[in-house]
Design a binder for this molecule. Structure first.
Ligand SMILES: [Zn+2]
Ligand SMILES: [Zn+2]
Length: 212
């Protein structure tokens, strides 16, 4: 069956005000342009030109990463390269993940999920732990409105998923501001997360704090 057959074409019928798109990359570039113009730009943040594709993160199939952004210095074309996991099927999950990755692109991946990232992320309306920050209620409404203007996301989710891990990662703590990390012995978990020696603020908990 050719890619221009009616059956295929109808599965990507564009929305009312949208330009038809044939590939996931063109959809992602269009979504990027709209996010840049309507979410980042009004706050004074410039989304740089990016490459954006569907692909698994370099952390591998077993990682829980659903998106990845590479710094400009990592690529020969000097652009940020963003990858959106093929395990995401819904257009909403994709644009939500894209918004998170664009924060990394604005920061050129210089501060991971630290303070500079958090400032931009919170400003555009992401919330939750920064490593998995996703749209809060206000940004969610705007993303849903953007999706109405975009054609359907032309992708079928890859259904493979890793078997749940049976090993639980040991309890650790990490400073969200500077990345300082320590392991925390189980017998001290009840005292709560330690303070960062630099920032004197409570560190983020990682690993199995709840499994004690
Ligand atoms: Zn991130
Ligand atoms: Zn710190």
């Amino acid at each position: 069956m050719s890619s221009t057959s009616p059956a295929i074409a109808s599965s990507v019928t564009p929305g009312p005000s949208a330009t038809p798109v044939a590939t996931r990359e063109s959809w992602l570039l269009e979504a990027t342009a709209r996010l840049a113009a309507s979410v980042f730009s009004p706050l004074g943040y410039t989304v740089p030109p990016i490459q954006v594709s569907v692909g698994y993160a370099s952390t591998g199939l077993r990682s829980s990463a659903i998106g990845q952004c590479w710094s400009r210095a990592s690529a020969e074309d000097g652009l940020n390269h963003v990858f959106i996991s093929p395990s995401l099927g819904s257009a909403y999950a994709v644009i939500d993940t894209l918004a998170h990755e664009l924060v990394h692109a604005v920061d050129d991946c210089q501060h991971k999920h630290g303070k500079a990232f958090k400032t931009i992320a919170l400003a555009i309306g992401l919330q939750g732990p920064m490593r998995s920050a996703s749209a809060g209620p206000a940004l969610k409404k705007r993303l849903e409105a953007l999706l109405v203007e975009l054609p359907p996301y032309p992708h079928g989710r890859i259904k493979w998923s890793p078997r749940p891990r049976v090993t639980v990662s040991p309890p650790r703590a990490r400073c969200e501001q500077c990345g300082y990390r320590v392991s925390v012995p189980k017998r001290f978990l009840h005292l709560g997360p330690p303070m960062c020696p630099v920032h004197k603020s409570a560190m983020e908990t990682l690993g199995a704090w709840e499994h004690t």
